[in-house]
Design a protein around this ligand. Structure first.
Ligand SMILES: [Zn+2]
Length: 241
């Protein structure tokens, strides 16, 4: 078969740009390329624009589902295994996890510069390492609340009856107004300290205003003028693993 020159065109299709290659081939080949999910279509030389669009239209569902899969794979962070060398966040700082097996019964976590040392007794499972690390994040948050709550409560002019901590994956905090009980996600301990303060102030402000209406926002603007920026940054770097 004579090879000849490759003819490549980029055509619009269904709101996106598709790369079409005309080649000396007999069959049609359709690919979705990582990382952005770009569509590459190879067709025999004689194919018209209409025939090209017919191919794309007939494979529309498959193409869109492939793109979704590929993009999802790229954006989704790799699942944490809690092994040496993994990067974890501590109060907004990137730290390296170092797992050491030591004799004894009790696991412990030590923060040393930009390393977080996880001492595990014997052969710990991934789930056990995760639990120990999450317990440590909870402890970090408890300490932060103990250290800062008097100041934050006097800023807002309300006191919580109780501060509690939970492995929450979809919210940073919640406030039970009746019981005056504030819950914070343990994953806040991965965020910079200002994010912790923003969430604590937000939940305390619920003791004035139950919903997020204009009165709530006006209070937030008064207590913590930078809250919008802090919220945007923390959601951009959210890590609930
Ligand atoms: Zn709220």
């Amino acid at each position: 078969m004579k090879k000849g020159k490759l003819e490549e065109n980029i055509i619009p299709w269904g709101g996106q740009m598709v790369t079409v290659q005309k080649k000396s081939i007999k069959n049609v080949y359709l690919k979705v390329l990582p990382p952005e999910g770009r569509i590459l279509l190879s067709v025999p030389r004689g194919y018209s624009r209409q025939e090209i669009e017919e191919v794309l239209d007939s494979r529309r569902e498959w193409l869109l589902s492939r793109q979704k899969l590929i993009k999802g794979k790229v954006i989704k962070p790799s699942k944490r295994e809690y092994v040496t060398g993994e990067k974890i966040q501590v109060w907004g700082r990137a730290c390296e996890l170092v797992v050491r097996e030591v004799p004894g019964k009790k696991a412990r976590v030590v923060c040393q510069g930009d390393k977080v040392l996880l001492f595990m007794p014997g052969y710990a499972t991934q789930e056990q390492r995760r639990q120990v690390l999450h317990e440590w994040y909870r402890y970090q948050l408890e300490k932060a609340v103990a250290r800062e709550k008097a100041q934050l409560e006097s800023l807002v002019g309300k006191k919580a009856a109780e501060w509690r901590f939970r492995d929450m994956h979809t919210r940073w905090g919640t406030c039970n107004v009746q019981a005056r009980r504030i819950w914070l996600s343990i994953h806040l301990a991965k965020q910079p300290p200002e994010a912790f303060r923003y969430v604590a102030i937000h939940e305390l402000t619920h003791l004035w205003e139950a919903n997020h209406g204009p009165a709530f926002k006006a209070r937030m603007d008064r207590y913590y003028p930078a809250w919008r920026v802090v919220r945007k940054n923390m959601n951009a770097r959210a890590d609930f693993e």
